[in-house]
Every structure is written in structure tokens, then in C-alpha cells.
Design a protein around this ligand. Structure first.
Ligand code: CO
Length: 142
């Protein structure tokens, strides 16, 4: 069901200084930068082989990432797994009794579809499922 790690999400206070760390100090190249209103974040994605590092800056304190930052400070926020069929993956998790945050997929970076699984279902780590965008969705998101 889970194909590979799509990305690791890291919560940051300041996207420009975080980008400087990841692109200059660590030498990663930036794939895209985007505001995703549905998640209340500005995102930047950096490329590490087939995996991405996703830096997340909350658009306000009253968002999931904003609340995470005020409670725990900057750091690892979630692990995201690639799936072929997000509805089937959600159905399998529901069947297994896992607590879902998103019963229905929502829009993620670059026109992908995503859903979050509650950290209580996955040993304290917020887990995201990512179904890659179709070519048409990817084009629409440009
Ligand atoms: Co993510």
C-alpha cells in the first residue's frame, strides 16, 4: 500500500532562513515554493534523490502547523508516504481501526491529493498519505 517515503515535513518559523540552511548549508535544490491555503501553510520543497524535504511555515498561529510550533517549536512535523490510490489506502486504514484526521483527501503541494492519519494511530508521528497529481492536476497547479 505504501510505496516509499514521499517527503518529510519540517515545521519552521521563518521560511527564508530555513531555505538558506537547506539550500546553502546542506546544498539541496529547491523544487517549488507555494502557499497551500487548505493547509494554512507556505511550503517549500527541496530535492533529496526521489524524496523531498518539505519546509512548512504556518500562515497564522491558528493553524495546525502554527499550533504545533507554539507547543513544540520548530522540528520534524510529519512523515509522508506515497500511495497509488489514496481512497483505497484510507479505506484500508479505516478498516484496520486507525484514527484518521482526513476522512476525505484534500489538495496538497503541486496538485497532489493528501490525507493525514492521527499521530495516535502511528506511534506518535503525524503521518501523511500522498497520491501524486495526474498530469492535468499538476499543470493546473502551476
Ligand atoms: Co507534507
Amino acid at each position: 500500500m505504501l510505496d516509499k517515503i514521499d517527503h518529510l515535513g519540517i515545521a519552521v518559523d521563518d521560511l527564508d532562513s530555513a531555505l538558506a540552511v537547506y539550500s546553502t548549508t546542506l546544498g539541496l535544490s529547491v523544487k517549488r515554493r507555494e502557499v497551500v491555503e487548505e493547509q494554512g501553510v507556505e511550503l517549500a520543497a527541496l530535492i533529496v534523490g526521489e524524496t523531498l524535504i518539505e519546509l512548512l511555515r504556518p500562515l497564522s498561529e491558528d493553524t495546525p502547523v502554527g499550533r504545533f510550533l507554539s507547543k513544540r517549536g520548530p522540528g520534524l512535523h510529519h512523515v509522508a508516504y506515497r500511495v497509488d490510490d489514496i481512497e483505497a489506502a484510507l479505506a484500508a486504514l479505516r478498516e484496520a481501526g486507525a484514527r484518521l484526521i482526513d476522512e476525505i483527501p484534500r489538495r496538497g503541494m503541486g496538485g497532489s491529493r493528501i490525507a493525514f492519519v492521527h499521530p495516535s494511530a502511528t506511534t506518535g508521528v503525524l503521518t501523511e498519505l500522498v497520491e501524486p497529481p495526474t498530469a492535468a492536476d499538476a499543470a493546473a497547479a502551476e
